[in-house]
Write a protein that binds this ligand. Structure first.
Ligand code: VAH
Length: 326
């Protein structure tokens, strides 16, 4: 039975993987860590949690030893828009944090999941049906850290035999935890504001196509790739995975199927538009499908229905803090 440690466990993806792994393995088999402890406090209080900076490898090793960890989900990182504001911090956290995890994994023979992103591609990459193996010359610091991270994880596998695996995530959409500082955050916020205000001001152009995925599929991908038979893996860091590709205008149209009067307007953020323009319009994910049976379950219509249903129930009960924090 696996014993898992999650870094960045209170973030958008980390908190959802934490919930699902604790459901599967039991609370005490899943140790959470994060640099902060003032969000998702239910997760902090219900089981083992440590607040520390992932760049402190010594503390990581101590916790992994104390809890007899065998698998690390390393999710602590700055996302694209936040990273662009402080490139040196992004490099330090995203890469030196990863080096600490890989070194502990090498010494303690731990398996490591590290997410990459469609941000690992750049303007020179084929934009439609972006292949698994292709040119990667990202122009954002986030993308630079993701490509370097992919190469580092593959190096630790080939050089030291560390069981490193990852997926290149598209934009992730969750009805539980708001995203933190990404270029695809609009695709989450739009649902909240559709319910609360009936309209949304989008920071990307209406015809900006990006790959996206509903969080239940993203969590399942992270678990299934780590459970895959290693003998069947030709790739490791990192597999293209996707579920859908849409633009803000298209997403607004699907919302109007449920909220007919919903209106969208545009106030483009040049930094995030430039990042989005450098990313693919759509990925092909055949390697993941062939090597470990990847298959998404949600499309834009089923995701929209589930998001609006879950949020309308939740937002009736509690103030929408995210909007107030803006
Ligand atoms: C971001 N949500 O926008 C992340 C993700 C593909 C996008 O990497 O930075």
């Amino acid at each position: 039975m696996k014993r898992v440690l999650i870094t960045g466990a209170l973030g958008q993806l980390g908190s959802e993987i934490a919930l699902e792994l604790r459901r599967i393995l039991g609370v005490n088999k899943v140790v959470l860590t994060d640099i902060r402890d003032d969000v998702n406090t239910a997760l902090v209080e219900e089981g083992p949690f440590y607040r520390f900076d992932i760049r402190d490898g010594g503390q990581l090793a101590e916790i992994a030893r104390e809890h007899r960890i065998d698998t690390v989900y390393h999710l602590a990182a700055l996302l694209s828009a936040t990273a662009e504001k402080d490139p040196r911090l992004a490099w330090d956290l995203n890469l030196n944090g990863l080096v600490q995890v890989l070194e502990v994994a090498r010494e303690m023979e731990l398996a490591v999941f590290t997410p990459s992103s469609i941000g690992a591609f750049g303007p020179a990459t084929p934009k439609n049906w972006t292949p698994q193996d292709t040119l990667q010359r990202p122009t954002s610091i986030y993308g630079v850290t993701k490509v370097a991270g992919e190469l580092l994880c593959d190096y630790y596998h080939h050089r030291y035999g560390v069981d490193t695996r990852g997926v290149r995530y598209p934009g992730l959409i969750s009805n539980r935890t708001p995203p933190g500082g990404g270029t695809t955050d609009y695709a989450v916020d739009i649902y909240y504001q559709a319910i609360l205000r009936g309209r949304y001001r989008c920071f990307l152009k209406g015809d900006t196509y990006l790959d996206m995925m509903y969080m239940p599929d993203a969590v399942r991908a992270a678990i299934e790739v780590m459970d895959a038979d290693p003998a069947l893996l030709r790739h490791r860091n990192a597999f293209n995975v996707t579920a859908m590709s849409f633009c803000p205008e298209e997403q607004a149209g699907y919302i109007r199927r449920y909220i007919p009067d919903f209106e969208i307007e545009y106030e483009v953020d040049p930094v995030r538009q430039s990042i989005a323009n450098s990313w693919p319009n759509s990925l092909e994910d055949y390697a993941a499908r062939v090597e470990w049976g990847w298959k998404p379950r949600y499309d834009l219509d089923t995701m929209t229905r589930d998001m609006l249903d879950a949020l309308s129930r939740r937002l009736e009960e509690a103030r929408y803090v995210w909007l107030d924090e803006r």
